[in-house]
Write a protein that binds this ligand. Structure first.
Ligand code: MG
Length: 170
């Protein structure tokens, strides 16, 4: 059997996505904090635990894990100079005309429906918390894909909260 079709293959992908995020300096709690910023004014009694639970749910989705692994790998290869030009320079310099980072993030942002898009656009402009840290990267660091992945994860988790709270009210 193909390794990724086995149960352990799925576990390995899920585990790797979490480990790689931490390796790049991003915890689930950092992402939960972004969710809290996005939703606190709209969801009465929202707690950070609820935000974290929804980040964990997003991270359990295979489409999300695939995007996390792909984006982080490209950032790391760019840092190590292991991509071929002209792609290497575009990713390293976060070229304004290179939009594949945002394109990859849409695989995450839409995982709980299209309302994630609004949150994603908003948080990308505001850049609170960990997003600001990733944006102010030190020399030699590349976070071209990671910033979009983290913003999209927060936006997706915020969407799930919004849907679930709306369902409860009906
Ligand atoms: Mg980016």
């Amino acid at each position: 059997m193909h390794p990724e079709r086995t149960e352990s293959g799925c576990d390995e992908i899920a585990r790797s996505a979490r480990i790689w995020l931490i390796r790049r300096g991003v915890t689930a709690e950092d992402i939960a904090e972004l969710v809290y910023v996005l939703q606190k004014d709209y969801i009465p009694g929202l707690t950070r635990d609820e935000c974290l639970e929804n980040v964990e749910h997003a991270l359990s989705k295979r489409d999300v894990q695939n995007a996390v692994l792909t984006g982080i790998q490209l950032d790391e290869l760019a840092e190590q100079g292991k991509l071929t030009q002209p792609l290497l320079a575009m990713i390293r310099e976060d070229d304004r005309l290179y939009g594949c980072d945002e394109a990859l993030a849409t695989a995450i942002v839409g995982v709980y429906g299209t309302i994630g898009l609004t949150n994603y656009g908003y948080i990308d402009r505001l850049k609170p918390g960990i997003l600001r840290k990733l944006d102010d990267r030190r020399d030699g660091e590349t976070h071209t894909f990671l910033d979009d992945i983290v913003g999209a994860l927060a936006a997706a988790a915020a969407s799930r909260i919004a849907h679930r709270r709306a369902a409860v009210r009906v």
